[in-house]
Design a protein around this ligand. Structure first.
Ligand code: BGC
Length: 256
């Protein structure tokens, strides 16, 4: 029996990267998964195959999590299909590399919309359902080392992740009495599609690798293992914390 046997997890942005890795891992520990994506259905279909191969059930829900109405129907679908949900992973995230002076309003709105507004309203919809049933729950936000550290060229991204850090700390206090825990995972440089540009730029990648004490990029499995732990009974007394999964990057950082 897996640690999450019979539980249901909603994972935003689980058609690729870290979200897909978390879906696979939570399914392997027994959880059924609500897979969410916005752009490319193929990735979400691949995640569904992984979930089923792990012996769990999954559904795929297309929703732009930066839109409040879409978020409500995403959460509603979990209850319709599985009767309830126990775990929410706010994973969907976007970034652009743009100098502050060139930053555009539409990029600002998209990044804050996906990285900060979405966790706010998905969590609200999820907690409203739990509170109505007096059920406990687990919320895990995929943040970044940049919830705390500067990242030149990524001012909006940093603002969104800094906001996510304080949202988590505040909700830890508001949701604790409901038996709901909330924590952030702060990945460093993980090999996923969000890093495509970096992965294709060998000199830049080599320079970054020199600054990672463990000498390699992280994998989605590195992050997913921590998500599974935080979702499990083993982490029952943990709330309001950020966990770094960064190979030591944040202790020795000068990326640019
Ligand atoms: C960003 C990556 C970056 C990494 C380390 C992550 O949050 O998504 O683009 O390489 O932080 O700086």
């Amino acid at each position: 029996m897996g640690r999450l046997q019979g539980q249901v997890a909603i994972i935003t942005g689980s058609g690729s990267g870290i979200g897909q890795g978390i879906a696979k891992r939570l399914a392997s520990e027994g959880a059924n998964i609500v897979i969410n994506y916005v752009g490319h259905g193929e990735g979400a279909a691949e995640t569904l195959k992984m979930v089923e191969a792990a012996g769990a059930r999954g559904i795929v829900v297309q929703a732009d999590v930066s839109e409040v109405e879409a978020v409500q129907s995403l959460v509603e679908k979990a209850w319709q299909e599985f009767g309830s949900a126990d775990i929410l992973v706010n994973n969907a995230g976007v970034e652009t590399n743009t100098s502050f002076l060139d930053a555009k309003e539409e990029d600002f709105e998209r990044i804050i919309g996906v990285n900060l507004k979405a966790p706010f309203f998905v969590t609200q919809a999820f907690v409203r359902k739990l509170a109505a049933e007096k059920k406990p729950g687990r919320i895990i936000n995929i943040s970044s080392v940049h919830e705390d550290m500067a990242f030149p060229g990524f001012a909006t991204y940093c603002a969104s992740k800094g906001g996510l850090r304080m949202l988590m700390r505040n909700l830890c206090v508001e949701l604790g009495p409901l038996g709901i825990t909330i924590n952030n995972i702060a990945p460093g440089a993980i090999a996923t599609p969000i890093n495509k540009q970096l992965l294709e730029d060998k000199p830049k990648l080599d320079a970054l690798l020199e600054q990672i004490p463990l000498g390699r990029l992280g994998t989605v499995e590195d992050v997913a293992a921590l998500a599974a732990y935080l979702a499990s009974e083993d982490a029952a007394y943990i709330t309001g914390a950020t966990y770094y999964v960064d190979g030591g990057l944040s202790r020795y950082y000068h990326e640019q």
